[in-house]
Design a protein around this ligand. Structure first.
Ligand SMILES: NC(=O)c1ccc[n+]([C@@H]2O[C@H](COP(=O)([O-])OP(=O)(O)OC[C@H]3O[C@@H](n4cnc5c(N)ncnc54)[C@H](OP(=O)(O)O)[C@@H]3O)[C@@H](O)[C@H]2O)c1
Length: 312
């Protein structure tokens, strides 16, 4: 009897690890760069959050493949700079800068009509939903309007853009792909940025179901579960000692862009760094309730928790 029980748990563990590891091994050793322009017979891509970091790296890689790119981000110097730099680097292609605030949608302002108008004469077949930012504080300490703006940018804008462009792709029988930039915090507790983690968790689940719905239409869906990346992401956040650790293990935006674009059509949830993979293994082994209880009781030991009252 004991040996049956031992075998049962051994095989459960084996299936869990092997089914997780196989796609990651294939991603590391088999899935190389792919020409998305050819793969989807596409002319246009749209990248949100294209003015810096991961989005800018993805836009550059898509341009290298010969795609025209719509660059969506806040209407600022970063967007102008990226637009100018890509237009100079790739003179034979078209780039459209669409400056909008994806974190705002109310009676007086809506970014969707602006994006719809800017793309009405083109077919976007590669949609990179990437814009996002982190807002660090205990949930109750920051006004609800700020929390909702964060969710509008990190989550709702991606839902709205996906609905608009996916409907058009299906209607015109076009193939293509849709990606989301999620994070390790999608599946691991993210205290002091709970709306950020919640929004990223939504993207992961949304992508999982959408991938199945889109399968028969030749539209691939990928959700990147990013670990720390060296970008401007942390610039406006309080200077936490945890960030020193994150910086020491950060990937470059270029690496993140490669991992995302190489995985499209092969995998739906792409854990992109050792940090994400190690965290995934932890939640596979340790039940979430135990993990939450452990972190809740242990958080007082963290120097960031002690030194930054705004986080607690
Ligand atoms: N870096 C990391 O460690 C990390 C880890 C996990 C997930 N991610 C995710 O990766 C994605 C890209 O971030 P990143 O690391 O590349 O950071 P980044 O360099 O700060 O880039 C963020 C991009 O989003 C745009 N953006 C921010 N708020 C916006 C708004 N309200 N409306 C329109 N555009 C807005 C920014 O435009 P401006 O430059 O004009 O502000 C910028 O183009 C985000 O979704 C982030 O959550 C990052």
């Amino acid at each position: 009897m004991f040996s049956y029980i031992t075998s049962f748990f051994f095989y459960i563990g084996l299936i869990t690890i092997v089914s997780y590891a196989i796609p990651l091994i294939l991603a590391a050793y088999k899935w190389g760069p792919q020409d998305l322009k050819k793969k989807y017979n596409a002319k246009w891509a749209l990248v949100s959050g294209a003015s810096s970091g991961i989005g800018r790296a993805v836009a550059t890689k898509l341009a290298q493949q010969g795609l025209n790119v719509v660059l969506v981000a806040l209407d600022d110097e970063a967007l102008k700079g990226t637009h100018q730099s890509l237009s100079t680097q790739f003179p034979n292609q078209q780039f459209r800068a669409v400056g909008v605030n994806l974190g705002r949608a109310d009676e007086t302002y809506d970014y969707m009509p602006i994006i719809e108008k800017a793309t009405k004469d083109i077919d976007v077949q590669i949609l990179i939903n990437n814009a996002g930012y982190i807002q660090l504080s205990a949930f109750f300490r920051s006004p609800i309007a700020k929390q909702l703006a964060n969710l509008e940018c990190n989550m709702m804008s991606h839902v709205k853009l996906t609905h608009f462009f996916l409907s058009k792709m299906v209607e015109k029988k076009l193939k293509g792909c849709i990606t989301f930039t999620s994070s390790q915090s999608a599946f691991f507790p993210a205290p002091s940025c709970s709306t950020y983690g919640g929004g990223k968790a939504f993207l992961a689940e949304f992508a999982a179901s959408l991938a199945i719905e889109c399968h028969n239409y030749g539209i691939d869906v990928l959700c990147l579960m990013s670990g720390p990346i060296m970008t401007q992401f942390y610039d406006k956040a309080p200077k936490l000692s945890a960030f020193k650790f994150f910086h020491s293990i950060s990937d470059t935006p270029d690496t993140a862009a490669d991992i995302m674009l190489n995985g499209v059509g092969h995998i739906t949830w792409r854990d992109s760094s050792l940090f994400t993979m190690a965290s995934r293994l932890v939640v596979k082994v340790i039940d979430m309730n135990l993990l939450i209880a452990g972190i809740a009781r242990g958080q007082g030991l963290s120097s960031d928790f002690k030194n930054h009252p705004e986080l607690r």
